[in-house]
Design a protein around this ligand. Structure first.
Ligand SMILES: Cc1ncc(COP(=O)(O)O)c(C=O)c1O
Length: 430
């Protein structure tokens, strides 16, 4: 198989792609076409498209909240889905599709991050949160608590209590080696394990702060976890979206000890924008995880959708060229935002090393509880400027704002203008 994707150093497909997929892959959308298509999308067009991010907005508002992108679908994914729907492949999950998916995940991890994953360790899931539920329900001993570094992806804070699980939050600390960056509070995590914590959620790369963890920090974490016989849920859904100059290191790849106490979750849903297709993989590398999956039998993969597996397999096998276009475009947006925010006195911001989320420290404009004139700053910016973003309080950090910049660049420029005007109107509180 000699597709253009391979010629560009892309991943070889284990299951030989059909002629359609090879054709789609051989003609990736040219960079200019990709940019032009995306730049040309108006808010009205996006509102009419049906994705959740824009669907809840009113005319005049700009959607920068939930983690969806406005990019067009990758041609190899679209081709694979069309082919599979035309074949009527919408039944329960057949073993061949699960095997192709596991092979694609294993190959992607090996080629991209140097992590050799046994395809037998790859368990299809309905989504990453289903994998979290698997880890919580099966790895936590009775009464065991979840340890969660904060700020955090919002459902990590809100879902476990609904399952009857107590969450011990441990705030990130400023990183002395990266201005405006963060590091794990290892002493705080140690104390949380001592206080009954049994399963740590590690988001790597980190939503919302955009951090990519280095080997040293991960090794130090492994020591803490092992000291307490703890377990880790490593959420690596953002791993393909790392900007040049940074590298993702899968946590479970760092040592035998880390692999032994970890369930890793991966998916194509963020990087190729497929969250509605309900598919992720739990990579189960430890004894406890393997036993849990063994006990569950077929139910371990319950909820994973065949079309989602087809799309994820195409993404991991053939989505390289499209991912490069996306990352390049996002990098341009990241730089535009950094440039514009640098001119706004009082706004704390560090360019994320990964993800398309910007984490803005707006505490200089808000009260200690994160409000402005009695309204949470996120809601204030929506009312005042039509910017629909995530209020930091929902991530456990009042006075911050999580802003999704995966939108057409002209809309992002407009958003930056509106933010500047809205903040300009506010007295500084610090
Ligand atoms: C860190 C993180 N984990 C999980 C998810 C949700 O993934 P899924 O839809 O596969 O459950 C998201 C979505 O934004 C996320 O940012």
């Amino acid at each position: 198989m000699h597709s253009a994707a391979n010629a560009q150093g892309d991943l070889p497909a284990a299951d030989a792609p059909t002629a359609d997929a090879a054709t789609a892959d051989a003609a990736p959308t040219a960079a200019e076409d990709f940019d032009e298509q995306l730049d040309a999308l108006s808010a009205e067009t996006l509102r009419g498209r049906g994705g959740l991010k824009w669907a809840i907005t009113q005319p005049g508002e700009l959607a920068a909240w939930i983690a969806e992108m406005d990019v067009p679908m990758a041609p190899p994914i679209s081709a694979a889905l069309h082919r599979s729907i035309d074949d009527g492949a919408v039944g329960y999950l057949p073993p061949a599709a699960a095997e192709a998916f596991a092979g694609a995940v294993a190959r992607f991890e090996a080629e991209k991050f140097g992590w050799n994953v046994d395809p037998d360790a790859v368990v299809p899931q309905a989504d990453v949160l289903a994998a979290l539920e698997l880890a919580v329900r099966r790895l936590l001993p009775p009464g065991g608590k979840l340890i969660l570094p904060t700020p955090a992806y919002m459902p990590f804070l809100s879902l476990p209590p609904l399952w009857g699980i107590e969450v011990l939050t441990v705030g990130l600390l400023p990183d002395p080696e990266a201005s405006g960056g963060y590091r794990l509070d290892l002493d705080g995590i140690d104390a949380a394990f001592a206080a009954g914590g049994a399963l740590l959620v590690l988001c790597n790369p980190y939503n919302p702060v955009g951090k990519v963890f280095g080997r040293g920090e991960l090794a130090a974490l492994t020591e803490v976890v092992d000291r307490h016989g703890g377990q880790v849920f490593a959420d690596e859904i953002w791993a393909p979206l790392v900007y040049p100059g940074n590298s993702h290191v899968p946590y479970a790849s760092t040592s035998a000890a880390a692999a032994e106490h970890t369930i890793t979750a991966v998916s194509a849903s963020k990087a190729w924008n497929l969250p509605g297709l309900k598919t992720a993989a739990a990579i189960v590398t430890g004894t406890a995880g393997r036993a849990a999956v063994g006990e569950l039998g077929d139910f371990a993969a319950h909820g994973a959708a065949l079309p989602g597996l087809v799309a994820n397999t195409a993404a991991f096998n053939q989505g390289g060229p499209w991912l490069r276009h996306t990352l390049r475009y996002l990098d341009g947006n990241r730089n535009l935002l950094a440039q514009r925010l640098a001119g706004l006195a009082g706004v704390g911001f560090r360019r994320p090393d990964a993800t398309y989320l910007a984490w803005l420290d707006l505490r200089a404009f808000s009260a200690p509880d994160g409000t402005v004139r009695g309204t949470p700053i996120g809601a204030y910016l929506r009312e005042r400027a039509g910017i629909v973003a995530v209020d930091g309080t929902d991530c456990g950090a009042p006075g911050f704002l999580r802003l999704n910049f995966a939108m057409p660049r002209p809309l992002l420029a407009e958003l930056a203008d509106r933010l500047a005007t809205a903040l300009d109107d506010l007295p500084r509180t610090a």
